[in-house]
Design a protein around this ligand. Sequence first.
Ligand SMILES: [Zn+2]
Ligand SMILES: [Zn+2]
Length: 303
Amino acid sequence: LSFIVTILGSNSATPAFNRNPTSQLLRIGQEQLLIDCGEGTQMRLLALKQRASRIRYIFISHLHGDHYLGLVGLLSSLHLNGREEDMHLFGPPGLDEILTTQFKYSNTYLCYRIHFHVVSTTPETILDAESFTVSTLPLSHRIHCMGFLFREKPGKRRINKDLLPPTLSVHHLKRLKEGKDLFDPAGNLLYRNEDLTLPPRLPRSYAFCSDTRYEERLVDYVRGVSLLYHESTFLDDQRERAAETFHSTARQAATIARLAEVDKLVLGHYSSRYRDLVPFLTEAREVFPNAVLSIEGEDIEVE
Ligand SMILES: [Zn+2]
Ligand SMILES: [Zn+2]
């Protein structure tokens, strides 16, 4: 199963230096999920040849414009393109009112249904899909704001092709995949399942921590995740400004990653005061070596 984060927008507040406000596309197998939807998100999807029509779930962290002002445009285009499939939208209270007002005054009756799920800031599971779950993460920002944790469900045991006897029938292979032992027609045990299969892959996980000031409470919630996105609006010489505006520095993001012992950290939500992003990486890697920058258009595989 693929588990890939594509960076659509990486900047904070306003577009700058060809960087766009926050948005990410998460692909888990066949499912496409959109996380935040800053202005220009649908253009970014088009530029990357990603089909917005395949998105079934949208998660909005909070109602600062740089995280959702692209939503009405995206939802309108889906309508104009004749979407029929339901859309599930998870977001803070008030988002439904904003959308309803927009569509009311443009006299738009969407040709598909939006299920709006109000998400509170108390950590809880908000989606239980076939192959993954989504729960919320508590953040500390100026307004109602939450992060999202995407967690793969444990998989099945995998057939070890190197150990398969050539005589196995299709029926036997099917039983193996179902985790069952193999018997001959007389009911005698031929092979034990665990002798021909490998353990399931470890479930992968992705934590998206949108706008937040340094919040150590987060550590327990994101402990051991495969990939952590943590905003890093500023460099650490601006940490007072970061605290005042409820944002974090690259060093603080890396500190959360280190304390939580995650596998990999991705930085983002850069302030428009910075043209050069290399100092973010340098600063973060002093604390947590396995850190990368979010760069628009790039895919980050969750491993
Ligand atoms: Zn923001
Ligand atoms: Zn914000």
